[in-house]
Design a binder for this molecule. Sequence first.
Ligand SMILES: Cc1cc2nc3c(=O)[nH]c(=O)nc-3n(C[C@H](O)[C@H](O)[C@H](O)COP(=O)(O)OP(=O)(O)OC[C@H]3O[C@@H](n4cnc5c(N)ncnc54)[C@H](O)[C@@H]3O)c2cc1C
Length: 847
Amino acid sequence: MLTLIWIVAVLIGFVTLAYRNVSGAVWAGGIVVALAASWIAHALPLALNVVLTGAFIVLAIPLLIPSLRRKLMSDAVLGAFRKVMPPMSQTEREALEAGTVWWDGELFSGRPDWRRLLATPEPTLTPEEQRFLDVETAELCAMASDWEAQNVYKDLPPHVWQFVKDKGFLGMIIPKEYGGLGFSGFGHSQVITKLSTRSGTAAVTVMVPNSLGPGELLLHYGTEEQKRHYLPRLAKGLEIPCFALTNPNAGSDAAAIPDYAFVRWGEHEGKRVLGLSVTWDKRYITLGPVATLLGLAFRVYDPDKLLGDKDDLGITCALIPTSHPGVEIGRRHMPLNAVFQNGPNSGRDVFIPMEWVIGGQAMIGKGWRMLMECLAAGRGISLPASNTGMSILAVRAVGGYARVRTQFKTAIGKFEGVEEPLARMGGNLYMMDAARRLTAAAIDLGEKPSVVSAIAKYHITERARQTINDGMDVIGGKGICMGPANFLGGAYMQHPVAITVEGANILTRSLIIFGQGAIRCHPYVLRELQATRETDRQKASVAFDEALFGHVRFTLANFARTLVTGLTGSHFVGVPADVAPATRRYYQQLTRFSAVLAFLADVAMAVLGGNLKRKEKLSARLGDILSLLFLCSATLKRFEAEGRQAADAPLMHWAIWDAMYKAQVAIEGVISNFPGRVLPGLLWRIVFPLGRPYEVPADDLGHQVAQLLIQPSATRDRLTTPMHVGREEDDPVGLIERALTATVEAEPVEAKLKAAMRDGRLDGRMPPDTGVEAQAERAVAAGVIDRDEARTLIVQRGLVARVIRVDDFPADLGASLLQPAIDAGAAATPTAPARTAERARATRELV
Ligand SMILES: Cc1cc2nc3c(=O)[nH]c(=O)nc-3n(C[C@H](O)[C@H](O)[C@H](O)COP(=O)(O)OP(=O)(O)OC[C@H]3O[C@@H](n4cnc5c(N)ncnc54)[C@H](O)[C@@H]3O)c2cc1C
C-alpha cells in the first residue's frame, strides 16, 4: 500500500514539475525528496532504494554541472545532429529566417499569454485614411465595372486608370515625403477590401504596386538616389511598376530561377560602365503588359571575376525601364477572364548599368533575402484584403438574395438546406475578417510576421473560395449566367488566381506554415539549428547545450500540460479575468490545443527527424492546428474589440466551434499517421484521455447565423463593412439591398394575403396573367390590406422581379454586332483605340 502511495505521489510530483517547466536544479530537488521519502517510509525495498539512489547520483552530477554535461552528452548529440540534418541551401535558410515571430510564437508555446493578444491595439484609420475610403475609394468603386472592363475595354477603362493614378492609389504604401499617401497597413487593407467588394480588376490593379514589388523593395533597400527618383513617380502613377520573378521553369520553386546576368563592361548613355548583361524569360507578370518599370529577379554570375573571387553571386533584383532596348514586354495572358493586366516578358543579353540594381552594386546577391523579408508585409495585406472583400460581397448580396428569392412560397434562405451554406458563409467571414485585421495590426506594430502572413494568405483565400462557392450554390442560375446583372460570377471565375499567387496554396499549407512555423515559432529549434552551423566549437557547444536541455524541459512541460488539461477538460486553465464570460471556455480549450500542438510537433520532430520535411501531409495537418489556433485567437480578439456585441455572438460561436472541430480533426490526423501502432495508441490516450471535446457547430447555431445574413441589421452591417453598395438604378447589389428592405416590409402584408386566402376572405384563384397591381387592388377591395400596404407589395414585387432577372443576349451572343469591328480590323488595321471604341459601342448595344 505504501509503495502504491509513493508511486502515485511520485507520478503526481513528476507531472507537476514538468507542467511548471521547472529548472534542472528543482528537478534534482524533487527527486531527492522522493528518494528520501522512500528511504524514510520504506516505500521501496532496500535494494531498489540503493539502485535508484545510485542511478540518481551517477546521472545528476553530470547533468547539473554544465561543462561535464556538455562533454558527456550535448556534444555527442550535437555531432549526431550535424550528421542527420538534411543540407539546407542559403535560399532555404534565408526564407526560414526572414521575418519576425509574433503571436504565432505564443501559440507554439503551449501556454499562450492571452493578455498579450488582448492588449494588441486595434487597428484604426486616421481621419485622412477614412476620408480616402469614403470618398476616393467609393468613387473608384462607382466608376469600376468588371463587366465593362471584361467585355468592352479588356482592361480598366482609360478614365478609371487615370483616376487611379491621379488620386494616388498606386502609392498607398509610399511615405508622404516621397509624394505617396503614407497609409498604414490597415488603411491599405481597408481600401483593397472595399474595392474587392466591387471590382476584382480594379482591386488587383491597385493591389500589386502596393504589394511586393518595386515600391516596397525601393523603400527598404533602394539607394537614396533611387528612392528620390522613382518613389515620387510611382506614387503619382507616372511609372507603372511590375515585379517579375516567375519563370516557366521556376514557379513555386522560385529560388531556382534560371534567369541570369553576367558582370560585364558595356556601353550606357555613351559611356563605358560596369554593368550586367541580363537574359530572362518571365511569365504571369501582373501589370507587366502596361508597366513602364520592370522589377526583375535573376541570378548574377561573375565569370571574369570583375567584382571579386566568387563566380555565383546569387539572386539579385534590378529595376529596368521597359523602354530600354532589348526588353520584350506587352503581350498578355488572360487570367480567367479577369482582364487585369498580366503577361510574359523577356530579354536576351540586355545590358544594364550597376546603378539599376536595387540598392546598387552592394546589393548584388541579396535579392532573395530582400524578397523573403518583404513578402510578409505584402502577403499579409493584399490577398487577405482582396479575398475578405470578395467574401463580404458574397455574404451581403447572397444573404439579401436568399431573402427576396422565393421558391415553394418560401424565401429560399429559410430552408434548412440553404441555411447550412449561409451559416458557413457568415461564420467564415467573421473569422476571415478578424484574421485580416489582426495581421494588419501586427504589420502596423512593425512586425514582419512571415508565418502569420502565410496563415492569413492560405486560410483567408481558402475560406473565400468556400464562401464564394457557397454563394454560387445559393443563388443558382442567377450566378451562372454572365452579364451586368450577375454580381458573383466574376469573383467565382477569378478566385483561383488568389489560390495560386504569392505562394500557391498547396505549397503554403504543406511546406511553409508548419515547415517555417516549427522552426521559427518553436522556442528552441532555431537555436539548435543555429548551433549546428556555428563554427566556433566552444560557442556551438554552449549554445546547443542550452537549447537542447531547454527543449527537453519544454517537451516534458507540454506532455504534462496535454495530459493534465485533457484529464481535467482544461477547466482549471487560467484565463484573463476580463474576457467575455461566454468565451472563457474557448480560451481554456485553445490553451489546451496549444500544448497539444507543441507536444505533437516535438514528437514529430523526434520520430521523423529530417524526414518530416518530406512528410508534407503530416506537416500540413500540424500547420492546420497552428493556423486554426491563430484564426480562433483573431476571432476572440475581434469579439472583445467590437464590444462583445450580443447580436454578433452566433457568428463568433459558429466560427470557433467550426475551427476547433477542424483543429481536433487535424490532431487526429497527425496522431493516426505516426508510424506503427504503439505510438499512435499511446498519443491518443495522452491527448484525448476522456474523448474528443469538439463537435461540428450545432444546427440551431447555424440557423441563428443564417438569420443574421438574411435581414437588415447592425450585425449584418458590421459583418460586411466596408462594403460598396452601388447607388445607380441598375446596380445589382444596390437592387438587392432595396429589394431586401422592401421584402421585410412586405412580409406582413403577404402574411395577411395568405391568411385571407386560407379562410376564404380573398379568392386566391386568379388568371395567370393577373398583375401585382390587380392582385393588390382586389385585396384592398376585399378589405384585407389598405392602400399603403398595397403600394408596399407592388414596390416589393417590382424590385424582386428586377433582382431575379438574368441577362440575355442575341442568339449569336453579339458576334454579328462585333463584325464591323472585326472587318475594320482586317481591312484597315485601325488603331487600338478605334477598335476599342467600336467594340465598346457594339457591347453596349448588346447589353
Ligand atoms: C494571375 C497571376 C498573376 C501572377 N503575378 C505574378 C507577378 O506579378 N510576378 C511574379 O513573379 N509571378 C506572378 N505569378 C506567378 C505565381 O507566383 C506562380 O504562378 C506561383 O508561384 C505558382 O507557380 P506555378 O504556377 O508555376 O505552379 P507550379 O510551381 O507548377 O505548382 C503547381 C502546383 O504544385 C504545388 N507544389 C509545387 N511544389 C510543391 C511542394 N514542394 N509541395 C507541395 N506542393 C507543391 C503548388 O502548390 C501548385 O499547386 C502570377 C501568377 C498568376 C496565375
